[in-house]
Design a protein around this ligand. Structure first.
Ligand code: C2E
Ligand code: MG
Ligand code: MG
Length: 625
């Protein structure tokens, strides 16, 4: 980039060149006039022209010695004085040389400061004033202007010189403006690049410690105000020094760049990934709300980094270790959290690398256990470890079996039958829930058809759907496929959603629900009354039944207030044409009570617990006899 003095020099030489061209042009013009004036033998005019040429030559000489400013002044004043002399000697204010005045003024305006411009202008005005006075008073007798071919030639020549001068200067000016603009934008780019470098790591382009700290301050304010999650995850490459020492710094740099790219793929856009220096990276995690979610994130970071990559024919593998500190339990400043995360990182390394540790060792145990479960759950459906148990839904008015709810269980090799409460939340956080949920829907549809074949009266099967599944976007397609493959009529499948699934105004969720309804499957609200009491969704999605949560069912058996709540729910549902189901009815007395309250359907141990399919069939057949 050109610096100031160099640039000023360029301007000066350009200026000097232009001035030389101008002097040459003027000399040529004066020489032409001189030759022309010899024909008329106007000796004083001839003398003035020669004097003018001498002055211009002096200007040339000054210019040669580098005195550009004085050369310019000589040019301006010599042309002014020459023109003035010719006006007085020849045609007065009507002489064609009066055109030299505007030429000089334009030149002066473009090249000098206001003061010489003012002096020149004043001289010209004074000369014109005196000429007018002399003419009107009759003091002078100005020769009438020559006419004919030569005078035409004179005028055109003068105009041409004027035009060339002004045009050249205007072009120079434009070029100068462009240069200034280009330089301005270069300076701006430069400033932006500088600002970027101050806050980013030059090798990977990631935010540096300074910027991460800055973002932490903002995230901390949000975490404090809105209770949003916040944690620092510090990542260190195991044995990076060995790579650097044995393969050289160029390979070491390439490793760091590749690792940064991989981390970037795992880290959410809303989180900040930065490089703390050396082989240490950091993630400012603002999405992962609990230790399990942080554990999942840490595992994904480790997995992302673990894969070997090729470089110059070598497969380079570089494991890593992670330390995690959570705000505010482990500290509430950037420094304190970073210290705790680094200490946890040291523990992770000491415990055998390629793992992660929390600042709080108690969290470690829980999360370790949860993650083990999630990784075991991953293949559970394929290994045939998942099964559905079925619990009857009975019409309270006449005790008829009207449907079943399919409830999932995990038959674990060592742990035995694991209830959904122990693994569904983990599956939701570990990204496994959709696959499991789709399996459950499919299995329930197929099972319903097998019962039909066994001669059971056709029933509606209810399957629970996690809110997470609605966000995936292809639930309707999966449901449609399950229905098609099993040939179960859509009306015999009901999806149980929690209130929270229906609350979100996010349009993808809404669209998904609308598409599900369009398939012809039923929707039912599970655990009604435990979510938010925004009831608009009941009508919006044409919900078919409402399952009164077990806590209200228990409440109703305890006193009149609990009963009043159930009555209100039943009335509300009735007025909207929605069926009510009471969950967790454990004895015939409660069943009778709920029938009296106007509740339509009951579910609970009063009729039977959730049973494996074979047991359920036996139960249903025995009942129908
Ligand atoms: P839920 O949908 O509200 O299911 C009712 C729960 O109440 C079941 O627990 C059932 O066994 C239990 N229950 C039924 N009758 C009685 C009773 O008389 N007394 C008592 N105390 N409990 C009764 P379960 O099977 O442990 O399921 C728990 C929750 O797990 C379900 O609550 C549901 O939210 C979820 N879940 C079950 N299967 C699936 C599934 O396939 N996908 C998803 N996303 N969630 C599922
Ligand atoms: Mg349910
Ligand atoms: Mg429920």
């Amino acid at each position: 980039m050109p610096n100031g003095p160099v640039h000023a020099d360029a301007m000066r030489t350009l200026h000097a060149r232009r001035l030389r061209q101008l002097i040459m042009l003027l000399l040529a013009m004066l020489a032409t006039f001189t030759l022309a004036s010899t024909r008329f033998l106007q000796w004083p005019v001839f003398g003035s022209l020669v004097a003018g040429m001498a002055a211009l030559s002096a200007a040339w000489w000054r210019l040669d010695r580098g005195h550009e400013r004085s050369a310019l002044m000589i040019v301006l004043w010599s042309v002014t004085l020459l023109a003035t002399a010719i006006l007085w000697l020849r045609g007065g204010v009507r002489d064609l040389f009066v055109l030299a005045y505007p030429l000089v003024l334009v030149l002066a305006a473009l090249t000098t400061s206001p003061r010489p411009l003012l002096a020149l202008g004043a001289t010209m005005a004074a000369s014109l004033g005196l000429l007018t006075l002399a003419e009107t008073k009759g003091w002078m007798d100005f020769t009438p202007l020559p006419t004919g071919g030569w005078s035409f030639f004179d005028r055109v020549l003068l105009l041409a010189v004027l035009a060339v001068c002004v045009r050249t200067l205007a072009l120079d000016l434009q070029a100068a403006v462009h240069r200034a603009e280009a330089e301005g934008s270069r300076a701006k780019d430069h400033a932006a690049r500088l600002a970027f470098l101050v806050q980013h790591d030059a090798l990977t382009g990631l935010p540096n410690r300074l910027l991460v700290q800055d973002r932490f301050v903002q995230a901390e304010a949000r975490a404090r105000r809105e209770g949003r999650p916040l944690a620092l995850v510090v990542i260190d490459l195991d044995d990076f020094r060995r790579v650097n020492d044995s393969l050289g710094h160029a390979v070491g740099d390439a490793v760091l760049q590749r690792m940064a790219e991989r981390l970037r793929l795992v880290v959410a856009d809303t989180d900040t990934l930065g490089r703390l220096g050396g082989d240490e990276f950091v993630v400012l995690a603002t999405e992962a709300g609990d230790p399990d979610a942080l554990g999942v994130l840490a595992q994904r970071l480790l997995d992302g980094l673990a894969e070997p990559f090729e470089r110059a024919g070598l497969a380079i593998a570089c494991g890593s270790s992670i330390g995690i500190a959570q705000y505010p339990r482990d500290g509430n400043s950037f420094e304190s959290l970073l210290n705790r995360a680094e200490a946890a990182l040291a523990r992770a390394k000491a415990d055998g690398r390629n793992g992660f540790r929390f600042a709080d060792p108690e969290v470690d145990i829980d999360v370790g256990e949860h993650l083990r479960l999630v990784s075991e759950l991953r293949g559970a459906a394929d290994r045939g470890e998942l099964e559905l148990h079925y619990q009857p839904l009975v019409r309270l008015a006449d005790d008829a079996l009207v449907g079943v709810e399919a409830l999932i269980r995990w038959r674990h090799r060592e742990r035995g039958l694991v209830p959904p409460s122990a693994f569904i939340p983990l599956a939701e956080r570990g990204g496994l829930i959709h696959a499991i949920g789709v399996w459950a829907i499919r299995e329930a549809c197929l099972q319903a058809r097998r019962w039909d074949a066994r001669g059971l009266a056709p029933m509606v099967v209810s399957v629970n759907v996690s809110p997470v599944q609605l966000g995936v976007g292809d639930l309707d397609a999966r449901v449609a496929k399950a229905l098609a493959d099993s040939t179960l009529p859509p009306a015999r499948l009901q999806l149980e959603l929690t209130e929270s699934s229906l609350l979100g105004d996010a349009s993808p969720l809404r669209d998904q629900l609308i598409r599900l309804r369009a398939l012809g499957v039923g929707l039912s609200i599970d655990d009604f009354g435990t979510g938010y009491s925004n009831l608009g969704y009941l009508q919006r999605f044409a919900v078919q039944s409402l399952k009164i949560d077990q806590s209200f069912v228990r409440g109703a058996t305890r006193g009149p207030q609990g009963e009043a709540i159930v009555r209100a729910i039943v009335q509300l549902a009735r007025s909207l044409g929605i069926r009510t189901v009471a969950e967790g009815i454990e004895d015939p007395e409660t069943a009778r009570r709920f029938a009296a309250l106007g509740c339509d359907v009951g579910q609970g141990h009063a009729w039977g617990p959730p049973l494996p399919s074979a047991d359920f069939v036996a139960w249903a057949l025995a009942r129908s006899r």
